[in-house]
Design a protein around this ligand. Structure first.
Ligand code: ADP
Length: 398
């Protein structure tokens, strides 16, 4: 069973679909492009920052090392405490420092864990280390080690900045894309509007001849009753089509009133009786009184469209059941049925699942829009070759 909800199936549904497709494709590619640019930019900066950091740490390390050499030359007989005090006061940079002897034992250190002494620069646990080796062991110092903790934070800030800029550019491109899409779609909209105008103009021209035919049929005398009924059936079918077309195109303000829906169903079934008879359809009705608050033309359009479709898509001798019970209106037929994959699409404007039997593909779209307007739940159960049931569930009367 298929339930139709708030899916927008109005004039602009095709435009919206195209716009969404265009935007998805456009923003998708923009996103990939921006992500690549952002990644490359980040990597590039990271490498540059890392080498700048290495350069600065090596420079500071060498400075410390040379200060130790100078001190060792100047004060030859320093005791252990003086040496440590000197080493502790030596640092004038933002890095943590450690001084180690030949056996890699700390003489004075602000760094807890130095795992490698065999390379001049390495990164471990998001920290940078620089090792300066002094083979002449001045003041007993063989290795000067520097440690840096802030590089990771700097990388994080850079990453956040880049992501921020990327999001901003993405939003900007999104806005540009939206307006571009609207611009491309304008000719399509103009086409739709001119098609609508054409249908509207043509439809208005149909009113007078259809009314004239219907009135003339009533006054015809002395002709075969069967032929008269067939004529009347065709004229009424034309009139139902005409009413749907004008209802769709005019969109006038409607007077909402409390209506006996069961009576309207009875009336509309009576109106197309000739059509039903001409196809020798078996019609059964079970109508329970049901007041509804809606405009008369909307109620008539609902009933007319569902009924005339049931008649149209039934074959000679098929059955139609019209049931109105517990605020549920069902139109069941044993007609040709609808392919499962088409069941949602047939509610779109101008969409048809059948090309053998005439029509414009607007009847069900009208039904859907009326249902949306009056908060009526619309369900369809159908099986190809078996039949269809359209179910309208009306909201509880207030
Ligand atoms: P139209 O009948 O003019 O084509 P509608 O909007 O009323 O337009 O219906 C859309 C399509 O839904 C029809 O073309 C038909 O394929 C299918 N359809 C509607 N009602 C029925 C039904 N009772 N049985 C089978 N198919 C139906």
């Amino acid at each position: 069973m298929i339930t139709l909800k708030e899916r927008v199936i109005v004039l602009t549904s095709y435009e919206r679909k195209s716009l969404i497709r265009f935007l998805t494709l456009y923003l998708g590619s923009v996103f990939v492009l921006l992500a690549i640019i952002g990644y490359l930019f980040f990597e590039n900066n990271r490498t540059a920052m890392k080498s700048a950091m290495k350069f600065e740490m090596m420079y500071q390390g060498r400075m410390l090392s040379s200060k130790i050499v100078m001190k060792a030359m100047k004060d030859k007989a320093l005791d252990e405490t003086e040496k440590i005090n000197f080493l502790a006061s030596l640092k004038h940079c933002r890095f943590n420092v450690g001084y180690f002897d030949k056996e890699k034992e700390p003489i004075y250190t602000e760094i807890g864990d130095v795992s490698r002494f065999d390379t001049d620069f390495y990164v471990k646990d998001n920290c940078c280390y620089t090792v300066i080796e002094d083979p002449s062991d001045h003041l007993g110092v063989h290795y000067v080690v520097l440690k840096e903790n802030e590089l990771v934070d700097t990388f994080r800030q850079l990453r956040i900045k880049i992501i921020g800029y990327l999001i901003l550019s993405f939003l900007l491109m999104g806005v540009v894309g939206y307006f571009l899409g609207r611009l491309f779609l304008r000719p399509v909209r103009e086409q739709i509007e001119s098609l609508d105008q054409f249908i509207s103009d043509t439809t208005h021209e149909l009113n007078t001849p259809i009314s004239a035919i219907l009135m003339t049929i009533q006054s015809l005398k002395g002709i075969d009753e069967k032929k008269k009924k067939r004529l009347e059936a065709s004229a009424k079918r034309l009139h139902v089509m005409y009413s749907s077309l004008t209802y769709r195109l005019e969109g006038q303000e409607e007077k909402i009133e409390l209506l006996p829906f069961d009576k309207i169903v009875e009336e509309r079934v009576g109106y197309i009786k000739e059509l039903i008879d001409s196809k020798r359809l078996h019609l059964t009705m079970e109508l329970e009184p049901m007041p509804v608050r809606m405009s008369r033309s909307s109620a008539e359009r609902l009933v007319d469209n569902l009924l005339s479709n049931a008649v149209k898509y039934c074959d000679i001798g098929d059955e139609i059941r019209v049931i109105l019970k517990e605020r549920e209106f069902r139109v069941e037929d044993t007609g040709i049925g609808i392919d499962a994959h088409m069941q949602e699409d047939i509610f779109k404007r101008y969409k048809r699942a059948n090309s053998e039997r005439g029509g414009f593909g607007i009847g069900l779209n009208i039904v859907l829009s009326i249902c949306k307007k009056y908060k009526i739940k619309l369900n369809l159960e159908s099986e190809k070759g078996v039949g269809s049931t359209f179910i309208l569930t009306f909201p509880k009367a207030k």
